[in-house]
Design a protein around this ligand. Structure first.
Ligand code: KG4
Ligand code: ZN
Length: 333
């Protein structure tokens, strides 16, 4: 087959990103325009602001990426875009830009599920092996899945309330740390000790997760200390919280590996950018004799390269979409 170049667009949350991906593996050029500086001022993503900033940036980011690659839209085999899940207004900006390119340049159009993108990030520069267990940990999801082969997904478990990244972000806020919380909690925890008792996370024998209890617990700790005119040792709370959450991720993932008998684990999503969590999951995989796939950190948080990688799987199967596709805020794989 002739080389396949896909121009991919991702705008589901607060990153405007465009990438040109060759044969689903090679990142030819990628631009990630983050809005974090703006949203930090408000303590979290403001949806109206996010869509307005996507609109201001999208054509600039497309042009910049094409220039970096020294290519034009005519050179592309297809145009791909995230259509779900995410913030509706944000998704729509990327979706309409992709539709316009597909229409004007007469290129096949590929709609990509954002979570499939996170999983496909593990194909960048190498090839995932199946059957595998996939753990997707992001600001919106905490999912354990079984994948017998590429594109086939069976849910094993998921969060019953908050997503793990969302929990990191909320705990950071409670501890007066800026958005996004994950990296800040991780940094703060480096100087802390595991001395603050945390509640046991969901231990019901299932592969589901629950993070709202620990979030409320941290909130109560801080609130009670304030009421007594004191304060908590942030570093110790961050350290104890991070360990409790990571223990839950590690033990449920270990259980999923044992129950399915797989030899491969794929980890993906923004929370997988945490060095602490990467290290603990890798150690567990060594103990279980399982090979672990984790994307480079820059491909864990939202980016369009992963969307191009996922789109290639659909391209191979000629799974193209019409231009009547709508954005959807919710969406399973
Ligand atoms: O995948 P992503 O970029 O966006 C979504 O699709 O949600 O994930 C963002 C999430 C945020 O909640 C952020 O706090 C979390 O990933 N995150 C981390 C770390 N880096 C990013 N969580 C824990 N530790 C980190 N180092
Ligand atoms: Zn994401």
């Amino acid at each position: 087959m002739k080389d396949v170049y896909i121009l991919a667009i991702e705008s589901s949350c607060d990153e405007t990103s465009v990438s040109i991906v060759k044969n689903g593996r090679d990142d030819i050029a990628t631009t990630v325009n983050s809005q974090i500086d703006v949203h930090t001022l408000y303590g979290g993503v403001v949806p109206e602001l996010a869509s307005r900033l996507h609109l201001e940036n999208i054509t600039l980011v497309i042009d910049k990426t094409l220039k970096k690659a020294n290519m034009s839209v005519e050179d592309m085999s297809a145009i791909a875009v995230t259509y779900s899940p995410g913030l509706l207004g944000s998704l729509l900006v990327g979706l309409e830009a992709a539709k316009a390119l597909s229409l004007v340049y007469n290129k096949p159009f590929i709609k990509v599920n954002h979570m499939m993108g996170h999983i496909a990030a593990n194909n960048i520069g190498r090839e995932l092996k199946y059957p595998l267990v996939s753990l997707v940990i992001s600001g919106g999801h905490t999912d354990l899945m079984y994948m017998e082969k590429e594109g086939s997904i069976k849910y094993l478990g998921r969060t019953l309330d908050d997503a793990v990244g969302e929990c990191f972000d909320k705990v950071a806020r409670i501890l007066d740390m800026p958005y996004p919380g994950g990296p800040n909690v991780e940094k703060c925890a480096e100087n802390g000790k595991n001395v603050v008792p945390m509640p046991k996370l969901l231990e019901d024998g299932s592969l589901n997760f629950s993070f709202s209890g620990i979030k409320s617990h941290v909130n109560n700790l801080v609130h009670n200390a304030k009421q007594r005119g004191g304060s908590v040792v942030k570093e110790d709370v961050a350290c104890s919280f991070q360990i409790a959450v990571t223990d839950s991720l590690v033990s449920k993932t270990r259980q999923a590996i044992r129950e399915t008998g797989v030899k491969y684990l794929s980890i993906a999503g923004g929370v997988a950018a945490s060095s602490f969590i990467r290290e603990k999951l890798t150690k567990m995989c060594e103990e279980e004799g399982v090979k672990v796939f984790i994307p480079e950190k820059k491909y864990c948080t939202d980016n369009a390269t992963m969307i191009g990688a996922a789109a290639y799987m659909l391209y191979k199967n000629q799974e193209f979409s019409g231009l009547d596709v709508n954005a959807s805020s919710q969406g399973d794989l």
